[in-house]
Write a protein that binds this ligand. Structure first.
Ligand code: SF4
Length: 136
């Protein structure tokens, strides 16, 4: 199951958490626009960030953006993602899944054989704890 994609971050100075949409006419708050094939020329300021598969040379956007994103096939309208400063886009919540969960840390000490997300020895608590607090 694909939960992560990446591209080239531009003006992403802190993690951005919001719902994704492909509707560039949307007026809702806290949304990230997925722009495939072309970039709309207006209304971009209402989005917290823009994600596109186009290259950064094609168009500079005056918004936090991630260019040259490898794929959006796993993202549907309303999914919640975190856009990181390094261009990695992690899916936090999938609207079509009944198995969403929120991690408070990945520092599990059980080491189960079947674990699909092996524990990492990294202090991720401040990052995960502060995700909802970053200003836009
Ligand atoms: S499945 Fe993975 S995350 Fe869950 S308890 Fe086991 S090692 Fe920890």
């Amino acid at each position: 199951m694909l939960l992560k994609t990446r591209g080239i971050a531009y003006r992403v100075y802190e993690p951005i958490v919001a719902r994704v949409t492909r509707n560039y006419l949307s007026k809702e708050q806290n949304q990230i626009l997925i722009a495939e094939a072309n970039l709309p020329s207006s209304n971009l300021k209402s989005f917290d960030a823009i994600l596109t598969n186009l290259s950064i040379e094609d168009s500079k956007i005056d918004r936090p953006s991630v260019y040259s994103v490898q794929t959006f096939q796993h993202l549907v309208e309303g999914d919640i993602v975190v856009v990181n400063t390094d261009g990695i886009i992690n899916t936090l919540y999938r609207v079509n899944s009944h198995q969403n969960f929120l991690l408070t840390t990945e520092r599990c000490n059980s080491n189960c054989l079947m674990c699909s997300q092996p524990p990492r020895d990294k202090n991720d608590i401040p990052y995960l704890f502060n995700l909802g607090d970053y200003k836009r």
